[in-house]
Design a protein around this ligand. Structure first.
Ligand SMILES: [Zn+2]
Length: 150
């Protein structure tokens, strides 16, 4: 059974429902109850460049859905970085690390869901996925270490 009931409407494994609209390559909207989060899809633009339009939109949708699915993990990571008397640098590092971890989790969810289809989509299409994984891993690790230092 698919966990996508109506195109755009989704429900996370922990029960939170939402709506994801991938309107085009330049604008995405995620709606959680009364909260709307329209945003430019910077990571999706970078990762999906050069792919056929159908693949770009599908993988972008799955990535946004991955953010919803992995929200508890991202919040747990952010909670672990919380310090009572943190410096501005520590707060900035925590926010950067949080976003990097969440991007890794969301794209990791896409990879886990699509498996071979994901690998075949990117086969022979350049180094962008490797750049993404290395950059996000670096930001996540360095930001986490800096944030924990206080
Ligand atoms: Zn993302």
């Amino acid at each position: 059974m698919s966990d996508i009931t109506v195109p755009g409407k989704v429900r996370a494994w922990y029960g939170l429902s939402g709506e994801i609209l991938v309107e085009n390559e330049l604008w995405h909207l995620v709606r959680l109850g009364p909260i709307s989060l329209p945003h430019p899809p910077l990571i999706n633009l970078f990762l999906r460049a050069g792919l056929p339009k159908e693949n770009r939109l599908r993988l972008s949708f799955e990535h946004e859905y991955g953010h919803l699915q992995t929200l508890p993990l991202a919040l747990l990571h952010l909670a672990l970085l919380r310090r009572r008397r943190a410096s501005l640098g520590s707060w900035l590092a925590a926010l950067i690390a949080h976003q990097a971890v969440w991007e890794l989790a969301a794209e990791g969810w896409v990879v886990a869901k699509l498996g071979r289809e994901y690998r075949e989509t990117y086969h022979g299409r350049g180094e962008r996925p490797a750049v993404f994984w290395l950059a996000m891993l670096g930001l996540a690790a360095l930001g986490t270490l800096r944030a924990l230092r206080g």
